[in-house]
Design a protein around this ligand. Structure first.
Ligand code: AMP
Length: 216
């Protein structure tokens, strides 16, 4: 399986990637996660990326492409990969094509996780992450009165909000998606790789559509 999950922030790329990892044993490669890791460790690359991330802007292509090149060279990616949040613009997509051609492992499909902007806004403002294990919750869409429960960390997970999920940054991220990432839909439709999945459904329903879309 060599696929890209394409979709706006909050469309469920991370959640669905994790289900694919469990089902097919191929790694999820999320440039957002790699960048957050670099920021948390305070590496020079993380320090360069942080300002753009905090403002909801894209990080420099050179930084992201370096990370992807390195990650794809690791042995676990030989069996396949799920790219989550990459590519994010046309130059990244072109660079990815070159990189994959070099190693003789082209993409098999690009799946657009389709979702209304209003729903995205609600998902993002309610999103919280368990500080200990990284599991994602939504405090706005979980049933009223349900206390958060983390399968790994128990009944009192320490939930934190990503700095870029604050309301004032979300608008910017969605704008960046429309302007820079949306053109990839036509790009991948033109080269025959695009599949579209309705992402406004229960997690498991979306997963079934996704499996059908990639023929898995
Ligand atoms: P995500 O977790 O995918 O929503 O990414 C969080 C932030 O990391 C984005 O808002 C960007 O600032 C940065 N980022 C993630 N992936 C990329 C990428 N492919 N290109 C540029 N910036 C990225």
């Amino acid at each position: 399986m060599r696929i890209v999950l394409l979709g706006a922030p909050g469309s469920g790329k991370g959640t669905q990637s994790q289900l694919l990892v469990k089902a097919y044993g191929v790694p999820q490669i999320s440039t957002g996660d790699l960048l957050r890791e670099a920021v948390a460790k305070g590496t020079p690359l993380g320090l360069r990326a942080k300002a753009a991330m905090d403002q909801g802007q894209l990080v420099d292509d050179s930084i992201v492409l370096g990370m992807i090149r390195e990650r794809l060279a690791r042995p676990d990616a030989a069996a396949g990969f799920i790219l989550d949040g990459f590519p994010r613009n046309i130059p990244q997509a072109v660079a990815l094509e070159g990189l994959l051609a070099e190693i003789g492992r082209p993409l098999e499909a690009v799946v657009l996780m389709n979702l209304d902007l209003g729903v995205l806004f609600k998902r993002l403002t309610g999103r919280r992450t368990c500080e200990d294990c990284g599991r994602v919750f939504n405090v706005l869409t979980s049933p009223p009165g349900t206390p958060p429960h983390c399968e790994r960390c128990g009944d009192m997970p320490r939930l934190v909000q990503r700095p870029d999920d604050r309301e004032e940054v979300i608008g910017k991220r969605l704008e960046v998606f429309e302007a820079q990432t949306k053109p990839l839909v036509k790009h991948y439709a033109d080269n025959g790789l695009l599949r579209v999945v309705d992402a406004d459904a229960e997690v498991q329903t979306v997963f079934e559509s996704l499996r059908r879309a990639v023929g898995a």
